[in-house]
Design a protein around this ligand. Structure first.
Ligand code: SAH
Length: 356
């Protein structure tokens, strides 16, 4: 077991089982041993690959989306451009390059903030984005500003600590991490005041109090200061149940209790819960759409055509776009949702509702 695994086992032996949220928070964010504190696991040589790492078109289209929202808000002279969990900085690099070509004033008005807890990834962000003089911070709460906020978060909410509850007959118990014969394992905690009547006996329901608090913070800022936010992640358009906690290492699924701190841990994002949190602050939310449909509406095929003409014979450009779009790949499992102000109209890429 890893040093972090031994420390968690000792903590559980002394104080009793811990929440799945505490387990995730330690595995990912422990200041000394947490996965994101110590590793830059993104990309082919790492543990997992993300959309901006697959194709430059992803970040480019998001850059144009943000610039469009800025224009819809009346092109404020100064605004905060925030990325939550920027990883290696690839998305923002592509976004700013594309926006600078189309709407240079957008880039000129932006005060870039990169919110991340990872020292190794921050070094990569500084290398790619240093010329935009970014402010580095570890949480959105650290950004104290009354300027309009334009924000993007790709595969950020899935890394936030989730709680799990399990139905046992008419009672609900929090699912906790305990130990047995020296190994970590799930145990039922005491009965809790939690209800999800439509879930069957034995069902596991997940909640993300940290994610919902961040959604409320984003929404409150947008209502008071103006702006828009875009979240893309893998998750559900309808809140359901099921244990989605998973560990990934070297592009393969791993056991969530193997080598704490050495694997990426994620849960599926409950988008309706984030939308409800944002609406509780008075912001408007779009419907929740598949990543493929979202990118196609933003014009991915047009941009792909340009790149293919400029790079004849580069079949990997087409293959990369397929990965982002295809329902069997990232096209439907990944979802997009935007938070904004109704007065600025429906954001590009979304089709129907935009309601507070
Ligand atoms: N958006 C990037 C990276 C996704 S991986 C991409 O698409 O490639 C998740 C990112 O969120 C990493 O950069 C990680 O360091 C960061 N992160 C994870 N938990 C965080 C937290 N609690 N607060 C801030 N950043 C966090």
């Amino acid at each position: 077991m890893t040093a972090l695994g031994r420390a968690l086992a000792a903590r559980i032996a002394a104080d009793g089982p811990i929440g799945v949220d505490a387990y995730m928070a330690a595995c990912l964010g422990d200041p000394e041993h947490g996965y994101y504190r110590t590793k830059s696991g993104i990309g082919a040589a790492g543990d997992f690959t993300t959309a901006p790492e697959i194709s430059q078109i992803f970040g480019e289209l998001i850059g144009l989306w943000l610039a469009d929202r800025w224009q819809a808000a009346g092109s404020p002279a100064i605004f905060d451009l925030v990325e939550l969990g920027p990883g290696r900085g690839v998305l923002m690099q592509d976004a700013l390059r594309a926006a600078a070509k189309t709407l240079p004033a957008f880039v000129g008005a932006a005060r870039l903030h990169l919110v991340d807890i990872s020292a190794p990834l921050r070094a990569e962000q500084r290398r790619r984005l240093g010329r935009y003089n970014p402010v580095f911070c570890e949480s959105l709460a650290e950004i104290r500003s009354d300027a309009p906020l334009f924000l993007v978060a790709n595969e950020f909410f899935d890394a936030l600590p989730a709680r799990q509850f399990v139905r046992r007959g008419d009672a609900w118990r929090e699912r906790l991490v305990g130990r047995h014969d020296g190994a970590l394992r799930f145990v039922d905690g005491p009965a809790v005041d939690f209800r999800r009547q439509d879930a069957p006996d034995g069902a596991v329901v997940e909640t993300s109090p940290v994610g919902e608090a961040i959604a409320r913070d984003i929404a409150g800022r947008i209502v008071r200061q103006g702006g828009a936010a875009l979240a893309i992640d893998y998750g559900t358009a309808v809140s359901g149940w099921g244990d989605t906690l998973q560990a990934v290492r070297a592009h393969k699924r791993a056991n969530v209790f193997d080598d704490p701190g050495e694997c990426d841990l994620t849960v599926h994002v409950d988008f309706p819960a984030l939308a409800a949190a944002a609406r509780s602050e008075g912001a408007s939310c779009t419907g929740i759409v598949g990543q493929g449909a979202f990118l196609a509406r933003l014009g991915l095929p047009v941009r792909l055509g340009q790149l293919v003409r400029a790079n004849p014979g580069a079949g990997e450009i087409v293959a990369a776009s397929r990965r982002l779009l295809d329902p069997g790949e990232m096209g439907t499992l990944f979802k997009a949702m935007a938070i904004g102000q109704k007065s600025h109209g429906l954001p590009p890429g979304f089709t129907d509702e935009f309601e507070a």
